[in-house]
Design a protein around this ligand. Sequence first.
Ligand code: M6R
Length: 605
Amino acid sequence: MCGIVGYAGHRRADGVLLQGLKKLEYRGYDSAGIAVCSAGEIFCEKKKGRVGELQAIVEAAALDGHVGIGHTRWATHGAPSDVNSHPHLNGSRRFALVHNGIIENYAALKDALLAKGYRFRSETDSEVLAHMLEACDCESLLETLVQVLAKIQGSYAIAVLDREHPEEIFVARKSSPLVIGLGDGENFIASDIPAVLEYTKNMYILEDGEIASVQAQGVTVYDAKGQTVDKKVYQVHWDATQADKGGFADYMRKEIYEQPNALRKMLDAYCKDDKITLPFQFTRKALQEIKQITIVGCGTASYAGRVGEYILEEITGIPVKVEVGSEYRYKRSILDASNLIIILSQSGETADSLASMREAKARGAKLIGVTNVIGSTLSRELEHVIHTMAGPEIAVASTKAFTSQILALYLIGLFLAESTKTISESQYQAYISKLRGIPEKVEEILRREREIQSIAEEFYAYEDMFFIGRLWDYPIALEGSHKLKEISYIHAEAYEAGELKHGALALVTSETPVICLSSIAAIADKMASNIMEVKARNAQMIHVRSEAVPPAPGCKREFLLPQEEDLFTPILAVVPLQLFSYFTAKYRGCDVDKPRNLAKSVTVE
Ligand code: M6R
């Protein structure tokens, strides 16, 4: 999604801004631009395409400005083009503005401005803001912003330069993240922490409705009415190297390899002395009240939720359903304190997941958040939060966050069952020891990556693939097909193995390889029948099976998962699929970290 950077200090602003924009590239974008106050003017350059292309033009301009803003755009209103890129300027070029989010009432605002004679250059919703600043023009830019922002419906993070006050940047946010990095004689603005982490670990995280003035010598934060706010400095506890590739060719590969340690770290943090301790304040009575659990997430997080449905029902005996955020937020669900809603979000900033969280909160449900980003909106707005501790996930395709979310769901299940005494101590301890064994088994799979690479080498040129599985192998199949679509652009579909014959089997031919997941020994014979059905249609099959599941005759290739009890196979089963997508995408020459059209953090509805 769009990214914002800004700088006020002693360095040349253009270099800091370009560097920051490169750090934000992982979020996904189609154009980039910067604006710098230089020699009494606002210099503005923006282009469709990569930051590298913008860099050449900006460097040629040799700007001597020390205050500026920059932006990477992910198109929503208006196609990717130079003119639709940010920053946007008002007619007199006094203001330059960058915006993330969507201004929902922009059409009415634009009509009113057109009627007053303002001329628009772009098709974006964002440009209205630049003209509104000019149209309003109060005594101070702070007052102007208070008035302009009160008229905006929708979501925004903005940064504004004013030629009349070239030493200062104003920023504001509502439902779109923005942080201010606090340096020594210099300050930084960014959509997320990694973009400024090489300069400082001290941050202000802006809350909804806040406005801030950022200058080299200081930052002042105001509320939506323009009153100053006392802001707490947030200290980041990880460093810039964790957000680097660390010797790997791509972030995605590095993040796949980080999984064993990420899982270990979570187990060490939440499971001490053979007891799961989660940072929750629920009383036993409150936990005993829970009669229904709903897991909400988007994309990969929703598939982790679907795996969690089986895990939680099995461990707690409480009925579980899973909803995607974009639907759940508009459902008129009847909720009360007997409902536990678990919101899963790697970034903690996904607009639909946050809206679902707020809706469920307002309706009186109990809530637990699971996020990978400390300080994210989800972690700040919820009282009960599990941090997945996987470290920054930069590749658009989520890998380590997925397996960490599944681990979090095991932990929540065991925590609930133990707190309400619905599990025996021996069963509880047996489950904990199963969890402790998972990281090593993931390592074992990673050591055998060559086997998966050779499968990818054989199949990468096909344009359609199916993934099939039963029970929790099905959401793993969904995640496998999701990964393949995202980064290799192969059309892939996942089916409950028994459902294929109700329609999609018509599409299965020798040209549609089928990846058959069979990690659950208890239903291995049912899965074997489904494999025979696709074999009879001449499909080439890749069998991913547990040791306890017999081989299926006629499968072209197979990958054997380390032995594991049925309920604990999902984390193991997904790792070969992550590697399969990764290698397939590499063989097809795709940019695995930055797939086309996609954004890392989806902060618009
Ligand atoms: O940050 P979140 O977990 O809320 O993100 C949800 C989805 O946007 C995300 O999982 C997306 O599907 C990834 N690109 C998957 O690889």
